[in-house]
Design a protein around this ligand. Structure first.
Ligand SMILES: *Cc1c(COP(=O)(O)O)cnc(C)c1O
Length: 433
């Protein structure tokens, strides 16, 4: 008896973000190439969400694969205290050359939750080391900074955090700086800053991913950064999702005039091949730890900090990202999204069609409401899956964040399928709306 991958999986594996009783089957994949994933039955899917927003240049990219092989056969891993290696040093140099000018030091870890949690710990300890007690962290409503406790604490309280809310430290949440509520958001921040206890403001700049690709205003966000700095607080830019070209610039922060004090990177860092994360910070932050006092050191690290293979993959991925070809792909994607967005903007089945760089999102009108658990989500997911398109709607938010190598034909197929879905599938519930 031959069991399929899906069946064998069900025997032993517990998947992330998955109600295992209600959605038990995982598609068994055997291969990936470009924007396509192939399952064990030979069916292909366009990966329209870059496999949870990580893939930049396509699946199993040969250039990154070769860099991984070369490093794995040279130095696969070593601890990162008291030791260093070429890929970590090269990557730090390469990143600092493209990050905002005020970024000065690179601290490695291995996932986005750690990257944000490390920035929060650094901000708190920097004040602690200097004998100042600033303890408040400020975040945006709807924020998502990861799933470990510190990262959860800085995230919107909701479905994901509910079982743990009593264990999470208090965070002050302010309204998102959209053009509509720019002043409201700034006023709320200033009121908190006036208490002189704020260590850091943490934000996902320009696009809040897990909130449903919600976008806000660059100038209004800039005003928040300036206010935080005027009151002596740090600013943490969580670019785990927005980094590496997603928003039209290499980093979302390039669209602001005020630079953050910390930048958190992960997801696209290795082009979607291996787990790696970076918390970049300014010289001023670093100096708060640079001391003859041993208690001022940052006592934080992970077994796989700065894994050489992952760093080598990141060096190769960043090199690909900076080529004129990749830049042209992102520009093409941005234009295609903009055209399609204006084409469907007034469709009666959707609200709030929005796009930023290579990200396109829309809110599908439903009768069941807009929650993460709405049945609309499953309906959209399966409709597209049957037509060879892998999406992962957030509740009733349908969004695209494809690998930059996606072809025109693939993109057209996705756009056409969205139109067909919205047109034919509508009448039943629209009558009730
Ligand atoms: C995905 C994400 C994280 C968490 O990263 P993981 O690698 O999944 O732990 C943090 N912040 C943002 C903005 C993210 O999108």
């Amino acid at each position: 008896m031959n069991f399929s991958l899906s069946q064998r999986d069900q025997q032993h594996i517990w998947h992330p973000y998955t109600p295992m009783k209600l959605r038990p089957t995982a598609i068994g994949l055997v291969r990936g190439e470009g924007a396509l994933l192939f399952d064990e039955n030979g069916k292909s899917y366009i990966d329209a969400v870059s496999s949870w927003w990580v893939n930049l240049h396509g699946h199993a990219h040969p250039v990154i694969a070769e860099a991984i092989y070369a490093q794995a056969t040279t130095l696969a891993h070593c601890m990162f205290a008291g030791l260093t290696h070429e890929p970590a040093v090269q990557l730090a140099e390469d990143l600092l050359a493209v990050l905002p000018n005020n970024m000065s030091k690179i601290f490695y870890s291995d996932n986005g939750s750690c990257a944000t949690e490390i920035a929060i710990k650094m901000a708190l300890q920097a004040f602690h080391n200097q004998g100042q007690s600033r303890r408040t962290i400020v975040a945006l409503e709807g924020s998502y900074h990861g799933d470990t406790f510190g990262a959860m604490a800085a995230s919107e309280r909701g479905l994901f955090t509910a079982p743990f809310n009593d264990k999470l430290f208090d965070v002050a949440f302010i309204p998102v700086p959209t053009a509509d509520q720019a002043q409201h958001s700034l006023d709320a921040l200033i009121q908190i800053l006036d208490q002189n206890d704020v260590a850091a403001l943490i934000v996902e700049p320009l696009v809040q991913g897990a909130a449903g690709m919600q976008m806000h205003d660059a100038r209004a966000l800039d005003a928040l950064f300036k206010a935080a700095h005027a009151h002596g607080a740090y600013v943490i830019a969580d670019e785990v999702m927005t980094g590496f070209g997603r928003t039209g610039t290499l980093f979302a922060c390039e669209q602001l005039s005020e630079a953050p004090d910390f930048m958190c990177l992960s997801k696209g860092l290795t082009g979607g091949t291996l787990p790696l994360a970076v918390t970049a910070c300014t010289q001023r932050v670093y100096d708060a730890f640079y001391s003859d006092d041993l208690t001022h050191a940052f006592y934080h690290g992970h077994s796989y900090t700065a894994n050489p293979i992952a760093c080598a993959a990141a060096v190769a991925s960043l090199k690909l990202l900076l080529t004129p070809e990749s830049h042209a792909q992102r520009e093409q994607l941005r234009c295609s999204h903009a055209n399609f967005a204006s084409h469907i903007a007034n469709h009666p089945r959707i609200d709030n069609v929005r796009h930023c760089g290579t990200i396109l999102a829309m809110t599908v009108r439903t009768v069941t409401g807009n929650t993460y658990l709405s049945s609309e989500r499953d309906r959209i997911y399966h409709y597209f899956l049957e037509r060879g398109i892998l999406l992962r709607p957030i509740g009733n938010v349908l969004y695209l964040i494809p690998p930059y190598c996606i072809t025109d034909a693939q993109l057209t197929h996705i756009y056409d399928t969205i139109c067909t879905f919205l047109d034919q599938d509508s009448t039943a519930d629209l009558a009730i709306v």
